[in-house]
Design a protein around this ligand. Sequence first.
Ligand SMILES: *Cc1c(COP(=O)(O)O)cnc(C)c1O
Length: 354
Amino acid sequence: MQLTVTRRDQLKSKPDENKLGFGTLFTDHMFNMDYAPDKGWHNARIEPNAPFVLDPATMIFHYGQGIFEGLKAYRTADGHIQMFRPQANLKRMNYSAGKLCIPKIDEAFALEALKELLRVEQAWVPSAPGTSLYIRPTVIATDPYLGVRASHTYRFYIILSPVGAYYPEGFNPVKIMVTREHVRAVRGGIGDTKTMGNYAASLLAGEKAHEAGYTQVLWLDGVEQKYVEEVGSMNILFVIDGELVTPMLNGSILPGVTRDSVLALAKSWGMAVSERRISIDEVFEAHSAGRLTEIFGSGTAAVVSPVGELKYEDRVITISGGKVGPVAQRLFDTISDIQYGRAEDTLGWIEPVL
Ligand SMILES: *Cc1c(COP(=O)(O)O)cnc(C)c1O
């Protein structure tokens, strides 16, 4: 497939790299591609980032048939640009597509198009410590139609956003709260896809957690409300008796690329790793027996996010004295070093761009 590039005449001014937040600023250009039943995916183009004009009846607005991804491009010390495991994100996007009745994309073509977009926008990849260019590929259903069925037409687009360091002043362990009032996803549902509705389903519990002074919700399984699933937009890991334990992928948990990377690294260090069901009761029992030494989340945004406090009904526990533990620290350092080119990429996770 051909990829056309139309450049903007007047470029935006670049932001102060030391004041970048998350997801508020967007680069000059974006990637767009359309799907129609008779043409398949077509009209792949890089063009100025601009608002879409869509009919108010467009299906994405009504039935949420859409999917997205989140990954980053990093600037190395010698000025190169590279991505971390983008193939894994594109593969997961196609998995999500399958579950949402969205036609699959050609992963190899999408990767090349993304690399070309990054080359066009290279000046937007920041170089201040911990900063990166966040990449948001998205697919939306575009038929203007109010009947309930899968759309016949789609738009695939990629936007880019320079983002600041997640930990500008070092780790700040988060306080998380188990909810039993709400569930995020159920067995047989779409919890294992990156789709808009999962986030809509999580908002109210998130607001209640904030009101109670907690940063994120720790979700339990939607069937028995007994087993730990994940936290906010991160997977969750525990260190119990020196073993790294995380909930097994059961169809309602999002299969995180960072989760997978964390498990692979820990195994490569000779650490015991187990993917299994873990109940919230077991977590509290391990804590009272002094066997639980760390809890942390994993995700693209933060890499690793230590949990300092966990609340479940009327019980509140402090983990690692509210500080970052050695396993979380080592994983964060190693993955960040690979992402920014400071450590050798022994596991083949780096995709060079420029
Ligand atoms: C994206 C996401 C994650 C983390 O996935 P990564 O690929 O590691 O960024 C975890 N949970 C949910 C619900 C997510 O949407």
